[in-house]
Each structure stands twice: as C-alpha cells, then as structure tokens.
Design a protein around this ligand. Structure first.
Ligand code: CP3
Length: 335
C-alpha cells in the first residue's frame, strides 16, 4: 500500500509530504510547457502532457505523493458549460442554463473526461509504488459558485441570488453529487489511490446554510467513498471553528486545515481523522529561518499524531522552487 493511503486507512504515524498546486506556475519546467499550450483546458485534456506535469514536482523534490494535473473546472467543462482561463483573470464560464445542464448524461460525461483517466493510468505506471497518486474533485458548492457565477469579488457572494434560487440550487447540487461520485470512481479505477475534495469557497456560506451547502454534500460524497473503500481527504476552506462540526458530521479519513486554523486548536478539536496541511503558502516567500520556525509550529503541534505535511492553500506562483527544496529537507530532518 502506498504511504498516504496507509496513513489515511491505518492512521499510521509516518512521514509524508506533498503540496497543493505542487505542479504549477512556480516551476520553470511547467511554465515552459504552458507557454507552448495557451489553452488550459486543452492542456488538461492532453494525457501525456498532464502526466508529465504531474511528475515534474516528484522528479524535482521526491515528494511522497503526486496529485494529478487537472482542474476542478473540468467537471463543468464535461457538463457542457464552456470554461475559459483568461490570462491574469482566472476562469470564466459561459452563463449557466438549467435546461442544458439537466440534459447531460453519465456516458457523455465520462467520455469527455476520458483523457483525465488516461493521464492517471499513464502516471500510475510511471510512479514508484510507494508513492500515492491523488485524484481530486471540487465540492458541489464550490463548483456551483463558478457555474452559476455568484461570486462578486474575492470574499463575497450574491446572497440574494442564492436565497431566490434555493430550489434550483438544491437540484443542481444533487445532480453534481452524482456526477462527482462518477468522476471519483473513474479516477480510482484508472489508478488513483486517494481523493481530495476541494471546497475552496465553503467560507462564503452563511452559517445557517452550512449544513445544506457544505456538510451534507460533502457527507454524501464521503459516504460514497467509504462504501467503495476509497480514502478521502476533505478541505472545507475558510469555515473557521466550524471545522469541528464539519469533521464530526462528515467524518473524512483526512482533513486539510487552512492557514487560519490554529494547529493547537485543530489538535484538540479535530478527532478521529488525519490532519493535513496548514502552513500559509506566503511563508515560503520569507527568509529561511522564518520558514523553519513557522513549519515547527505545525510539526510540534502534531508530534505523535498521524499528520500529513502540506500547505494551508495552493503554492503561490511567485514561490522560489529552491525554498520548497529547503522546506522539504527541513521537514524530513526535523525530529
Ligand atoms: O494541486 C495540483 O498541483 C493539481 C492540479 C490542480 C490545479 N487546480 C491546476 C491548476 C488542482 C488540484 C486545482 C484545483 C482548483 N482549481 C481549485 C481548488 C483549490 C484552490 O485553489 O482553492 C480551484 C478553485 C480551481 C479553479 C482554478 N483553476 C482557478 C481559480 C484558476 C486560476 C487562478 C489561479 O490560481 O491560477 C485555475 C487555473 C489552474 N489550475 C492553474 C493550475 C496549475 C494555473 C493555470 C495557469 O498556468 O495559468
């Protein structure tokens, strides 16, 4: 069994490190490929290149796990909603159309995502057996935020739309859960060992809607994974102290904390799960000594517990890869 999978299932206390967005713009070898491939969706659909990019950070840093190079927005793409990535603008999706959305079917959905599964197959063959291959999905709420375009700016959503369209939203979430379970099943069938659920915009949900939009959809997917014996890590970013309720209700095998969660609080309040991550990616932009002292806070807090070292959000594009190397070395040598 591969290292991360073993930790999640048997709650083993052994060292394991990987980083969210470990393959990405901070790596010159990624930028070189990206320059030749201006269309991001097409790059994700190129199985050979996707596999090559997935392995770049493994070859450079010898990390313990690889995460397949793809995007959470490949799901709306496969549900026939046009997705574009504009330079310095982030993703832009075609206006949502409920009738069109409801016309989708499982077979076409899987067919459109075949190149992702092929990339996983290629990567699993090339990856050392000791290393886990992580697949992922966006949580239903986070995908919905992009699909219906309710995000007004970085930290706010249009609550009026949400309140007006509650019934429609429940229907969309329900359908998304089914498609996401299919996507998980096919990624695992292709050779993925673990799945991570990114609920990147969970922090925008009003307290009274958390159950409906976050806990319940994540629970249903985690329940599916449990039935299929697929180890699953959740990342309900930005929900502050609600992390405790989330963990108690959803019961994922692993939970990634964001950088606003105090590691000591996490240790006291997040039980019967494997904690992952936490370090603010901005710390990697600081001098070495500050990187080490901040890393120690996490390693000391979780000493004697199964803990997967990672960040509290994705690696920033301005990160110097040499700093990443030093961080990994420090982590591996720290007792
Ligand atoms: O972590 C990994 O290395 C695996 C690959 C991965 C990508 N996106 C590649 C990517 C994963 C796991 C994601 C998840 C993802 N995608 C999330 C959840 C995690 C998070 O960041 O909160 C979200 C919200 C997205 C949607 C998305 N994709 C956005 C908002 C953007 C543009 C803004 C940005 O940060 O670049 C992307 C593009 C994207 N996805 C890039 C990469 C490497 C950069 C593309 C480029 O080269 O321009």
């Amino acid at each position: 069994m591969s290292n991360l999978k073993e930790i999640l299932i048997n709650k083993n206390i052994c060292k394991s490190v990987w980083f969210m967005r470990q393959a990405g713009r901070y790596l010159p070898e990624f930028r070189e490929i990206r320059l030749q491939n201006q269309n991001f969706i097409n790059l994700c659909l190129n199985s050979e290149l996707s596999s090559k990019i997935t392995l770049q950070p493994i070859n450079r840093f010898n990390l313990d796990s690889a995460i397949i190079f793809s995007d959470i927005l490949m799901v709306p793409y496969a549900l026939n909603q046009k997705v574009e990535f504009l330079k310095n603008h982030g993703p832009r999706l075609e206006n949502f159309n409920l009738d069109k959305f409801l016309k989708n079917n499982d077979l076409d959905f899987i067919k459109k995502l075949k190149p992702v599964y092929k990339a996983i197959e290629i990567t699993r063959k090339k990856l050392n057996k000791e290393k886990s291959l992580i697949s992922f999905i966006g949580a239903p709420w986070t995908l919905l935020v992009y699909m219906i375009g309710v995000k007004q700016n970085k930290n706010e959503i249009d609550l009026e739309i949400i309140n007006k369209k509650k019934n429609e939203i429940d229907l969309i979430l329900e359908k998304l859960i089914n498609y996401l379970c299919l996507h998980i099943e096919n990624q695992v069938r292709a050779g993925a060992d673990v799945v991570q659920i990114f609920d990147s915009w969970a922090g925008l949900i009003p307290q009274e809607d958390l159950n409906n939009f976050c806990y319940s959809p994540n629970s249903k997917i985690v329940e599916f994974c449990r039935k299929k014996e697929i180890p699953v890590i959740c990342f309900p970013r930005g929900i502050k102290k609600n992390y405790k309720d989330f963990n108690n209700l959803v019961k994922p095998d692993g939970i990634n904390i964001d950088y606003n969660i105090d590691p000591k609080w996490a240790k006291e309040n997040l039980k019967d799960t494997v904690i992952q991550g936490g370090l603010n990616p901005k710390i990697l932009l600081l001098p070495d000594e500050e990187i080490y002292s901040n890393t120690k806070k996490y390693l000391d807090a979780f000493k004697g517990l199964p803990y997967v070292f990672n960040l509290g959000h994705g690696m920033l594009p301005e990160t110097n890869p040499d700093k990443v190397n030093k961080l990994i070395k420090f982590y591996r040598e720290y007792q």
